[in-house]
Design a protein around this ligand. Structure first.
Ligand code: SAH
Ligand code: SF4
Ligand code: F3S
Length: 464
């Protein structure tokens, strides 16, 4: 292809795997390339540039990225002018070597190189040389300016507040592929949130691998609780969420934010990973089971109804049946709102990959199934307890179920589906919960009438 110019627009297709960090980076890429005459297309066969944003947190995620890339081979063969780019954590992990291994790949874009993409494309187009950029850079650059181009932001938006991670949990490849922890200047974060709110965003989720350590290493910056207090003052911002919180760094001032700050949603993702002390120690998580449970108790003493979700790993090297039982009993004790659960997966260059006592695949699978059915019960119990309650639901868009169903979230992050018209998107409405399902709730919108709330009986919301 020739570079986009005044008379020609470049067509960009992006496929994103992995966590919110990657989704955020994909959004930034759309905006950065938007400044260079690129527009997004939905069909990859129509694209001049295909960008695959990848994840490598577990082996399966990495394989998924390679198999997607492999499927593009025939297309690239039939259209040599197509530019194929691999971004994200797999790109960072393998770097330039990918160009040697995969002849149909043109660009390798590391996790810190999104801003380089226009220059990489230009160099590739003019020299014909395939490009790789996998250096780490520790400034946040023009992130805000990039974002200000977004024409139609959604009701909720992600905002990165820090990059990288210094924790080096022994199973985790993230610090290796995302680099050292850096906090973004608070002024920039506030400016970005204000600009999003001006354009109709009602809820933001602050992103970082460990938001609890925000600002701790920078003089003159607030800590995370301080940042939340500043953001809570942004007029028009209805909801603030954040992810992820490391239990070892959950401070009491942060806990108090849940009681003090109106827009801060009463939900925290607080990954525990395991309920067994020897395993937590091998994982180098920096807390014990007792400390985690104490943190949960302290948090609930401050904000009784706070919803707590978690990540769990089964089959970490050395995990015996007793350790696993400890995990199950911790789950019962905390009664998590929901969890993400994973079978341990060896990752290159991590300390855990060098540990003995690897757990056989079938044992991991059995444990995963046991753990997931326990959580299904816990979630169902919690969901059922919501029936008959009225929750403030922020309407996010049409429900996946289709029809005239809308979908939104309660402050506790529970998904609620209900009948309604598209004009309600972006509104925060009282919804009476009428039924509980495994992964969502069902409800009817209530309207205010003579200061009392009535559930709307009609099949669709009357709009009054
Ligand atoms: N920074 C976040 C999440 C990072 S990755 C945190 O600290 O919580 C998301 C989740 O993937 C982790 O919480 C962990 O449960 C899981 N995970 C990471 N590495 C893994 C591995 N090697 N095998 C299985 N699960 C893993
Ligand atoms: Fe990985 Fe641990 Fe950092 Fe989370 S805190 S990204 S699990 S090293
Ligand atoms: Fe995956 Fe990278 Fe996120 S490894 S989980 S996309 S930080």
């Amino acid at each position: 292809m020739r570079l986009p110019n005044d008379s020609k627009v470049g067509r960009l297709f992006i496929r994103t795997f992995g966590c919110q960090m990657n989704r955020y980076d994909s959004e930034r890429l759309v905006e950065i390339l938007g400044k260079h005459q690129w527009e997004l297309v939905e069909d990859y066969r129509q694209a001049d540039l295909i960008f695959i944003n990848t994840c490598t947190v577990r082996d399966k995620a990495e394989q998924k990225a390679f198999s997607y890339l492999g499927r593009l081979k025939p297309l690239k063969r039939s259209r040599p002018d197509l530019v194929v780019a691999l971004g994200g954590c797999v790109a960072q992990q393998h770097g330039e070597e990918l160009l040697r291994r995969l002849p149909h790949l043109d660009l390798v874009v590391g996790t810190h190189s999104i801003r380089e993409v226009p220059a990489m494309i230009a160099r590739y187009e003019t020299t014909g040389e395939r490009q790789a950029s996998v250096g780490f850079s520790y400034d946040f650059g023009d992130e805000v300016d990039g974002r200000s181009l977004a024409s139609r932001p959604e009701v909720s938006a992600y905002v990165t507040i820090m990059r990288g991670c210094d924790n080096f949990c022994t199973y985790c490849i993230v610090p290796i592929v995302r680099g050292r922890e850096v906090s973004r200047p608070s002024k920039e974060i506030i400016r970005e949130v204000e600009s999003l709110v001006e354009r109709g965003v009602r809820a933001v989720t602050l992103l970082g691998q460990n938001v609890n350590s925000y600002g701790l290493r920078v003089t003159g910056e607030p800590d995370f609780a301080g940042l939340l207090r500043l953001l809570a003052r942004v007029e028009g911002l209805l909801r603030i969420r954040f992810t992820t919180s490391h239990p070892k760094d959950l401070s009491s001032s942060l806990m108090h934010c849940f009681a003090d700050l109106e827009p801060l949603c009463p939900h925290i993702h607080l990954p525990v990973q395991s309920g067994s002390d020897p395993i937590l120690q091998l994982m180098k998580r920096g807390y014990t089971r007792a400390h985690y449970l104490q943190q949960v108790r302290r948090l609930r003493a401050i904000r009784e109804d706070v919803a707590i979700s978690s990540d769990m790993i089964v089959g970490f090297p050395g995990e015996g049946e007793d350790d696993f039982q400890q995990t199950l009993s911790l789950m019962e004790e905390v009664s998590f709102e929901s969890i993400f659960s994973f079978k341990y997966s060896d990752r290159p260059q991590t300390a855990a990959s060098r540990l003995g006592g690897k757990v056989p695949e079938e044992v991991k699978l059995r444990r995963l199934q046991t753990l997931q059915s326990l959580q299904e019960r816990l979630t169902m119990e919690r969901n059922k307890a919501q029936v008959g309650e009225i929750s403030q639901v922020l309407v996010e868009g049409p429900s996946q179920a289709g029809g005239s169903q809308l979908s939104g979230r309660t402050p506790h992050n529970r998904v609620v589906n209900f009948l309604g018209t598209p004009q309600l998107v972006g509104e925060e409405l009282p919804v009476l919960i009428t039924a509980a399902h495994a992964h969502s709730l069902e409800g009817v919108v209530c309207v205010k009438e003579s200061s009392s709330l009535h559930a709307v009986k009609e099949r669709s919301w009357c709009g009054k």
